[in-house]
Design a protein around this ligand. Structure first.
Ligand code: ATP
Length: 432
């Protein structure tokens, strides 16, 4: 973990938020390669959850929602963690379910009795801070999908079973943020609410657990041996859930939740129907039956995938008798898919290299790297940020109109005519 954290800072993936003022615990900023990686994760999720399907539509709802929403959904009472504070010297606060016994893990002092702490950030809308102006930053995007359910069925041609997907910021005032960006206070959720006939929840629940696991292995390239499914026992289920499976990853700090797949029953639509007094039933056009659909929800944050990808991809090996650090990221998500590196700073080479760069831009995430130093040094830099392919323009290029593709994982080199370069890279990115 320490090595990955150091790499993310060194190479501009992640910085502590407001670092020059000492930072803010549980908040992080994303630098140039971090942004590229996050966008790639988001786009890949959207592609497989929405664009490549004909049964899921998108939604963007607001980050601030009125308290009525959270009263109805149960978050005002149930979105709590048990908190215990150290009464000894360090005064640290702990999530009660993460400490054993009654002594502080840090200083050994006594801990107070657990009390419930609501994780939602509260603020006010308008100039007067009174009870009626209280609103909350959403701790999940799901409620937007339920609150807008009627709008979506009335304005589109969706038919059960169908899903509504959303990506966007969520906020949780976590008692103990940590493990780098595994648990933060501001993060980006990617959630999909899949509405099904009430008696068909088991089969769709099973479908989505398997489909999500497939996505991690085949599309993100995560090591299948470091993934497993964990079915929650009845007593640890959330207040809305009939069954929940976590897709877990074998993190350096132990197995942890990467994504949760939950069978939310008709809980959310039912409570919003009760509180808003608006009919949220769905009219089945074939049977003319009215019912509240049940919901299967896969939910994951971009940050959890981000840290999982980096840990899974981080490797050290030896090339030409020199140790190297390499991120073996899948080309689907690599922040830079192709780096164009002219062998030297000679005018003629730069001109060709710039042409190559322009011909690939738009189709791939491309970086041009002419910084000084030996070509090997530039390859190493690209290895560290996970670039799967480097294109080298050398003096032979000027005569044979061919360039070299240098492969990150094997360090093998392959000569390709410039005319075939885009097609060859396209095939490589797909086949990996
Ligand atoms: P926990 O019990 O660990 O606090 P949870 O079970 O309440 O978490 P969910 O509500 O199931 O978490 O969250 C859905 C997904 O959102 C998680 O699988 C994870 O990918 C992501 N997530 C949740 N909390 C955080 C956080 N604080 N930072 C980053 N990602 C988070």
């Amino acid at each position: 973990m320490e090595k990955v954290v150091a790499l993310t800072k060194r190479r501009g993936f992640i910085y502590p938020s407001s670092e020059i003022y000492g930072g803010l615990s549980g908040f992080y900023d994303y630098g140039p390669y971090g942004v590229a990686l996050k966008r790639a994760i988001r786009d890949l999720w959207w592609r497989h959850m929405v664009e490549l399907r004909d049964d899921v539509v998108g939604l963007e709802s607001t980050l601030i929602m009125p308290s009525e929403v959270w009263a109805a959904s149960g978050h005002l009472t149930n979105f709590v963690d048990p908190l215990r504070q150290c009464l000894g010297t360090c005064k640290k606060r702990w999530r009660a379910d993460t400490v054993k016994g009654d002594t502080c893990p840090e200083c050994g002092g006594p801990l107070d009795e657990p009390r419930m702490f609501n994780l939602m950030f509260k603020t006010h809308v308008g100039p007067v801070e009174e009870l009626s102006s209280e609103v909350y930053l959403r701790p999940e995007t799901a409620q937007g999908m339920f609150v807008d359910f009627k709008n979506v069925i009335n304005s589109t041609r969706v038919r059960v079973p169908f899903g509504i997907a959303q990506q966007g910021k969520a906020f949780r005032n976590e008692i103990t943020p940590g493990n780098f960006v595994f648990r933060v206070r501001e993060f980006e959720l990617m959630e999909m609410e899949y509405f099904v006939k009430p008696e068909q929840d088991d089969e769709w629940f099973d479908y989505w657990r398997k489909e999500r696991m497939r996505w991690y292995v085949e599309e993100l390239g995560l090591n299948a041996e470091r993934l497993r499914m964990y079915d929650h026992p009845q007593e640890s289920l959330s207040h809305y859930s009939k069954q929940t499976t976590d897709i877990e990853y074998d993190f350096p700090f132990g197995w942890g939740e990467l994504e949760g797949v939950a069978d939310r029953t008709d809980y959310d639509l039912r409570v919003h129907q009760e509180h808003s007094k608006i009919d949220l039933t769905y009219l089945d056009p074939e049977t003319n039956e009215r019912y509240l659909p049940w919901v299967i929800e896969p939910a994951v944050s971009v940050e959890r995938i981000f840290i999982t990808l980096l840990l899974d991809a981080y490797d050290e090996d030896v090339v030409n008798e020199e140790p190297r650090v390499v991120l073996r990221l899948h080309p689907n998500v690599a922040p830079v898919q192709v780096a164009v590196v002219p062998l030297s700073k000679k005018e003629e080479l730069i001109k060709v290299a710039r042409d190559v760069q322009r011909s690939l831009q738009g189709e791939f995430r491309v970086e041009y790297d002419q910084t000084g130093g030996h070509i090997g040094r530039r390859y190493r830099r690209q290895d560290e940020i996970g670039t799967p392919f480097c294109i080298t323009v050398d003096f032979d290029t000027l005569n044979d109109n061919a360039v070299t593709i240098r492969h990150r994982d094997s360090t093998k080199q392959e000569r390709v005519p410039m005319a075939d370069l885009a097609a060859r890279l396209g095939a490589l990115v797909v086949e990996r």
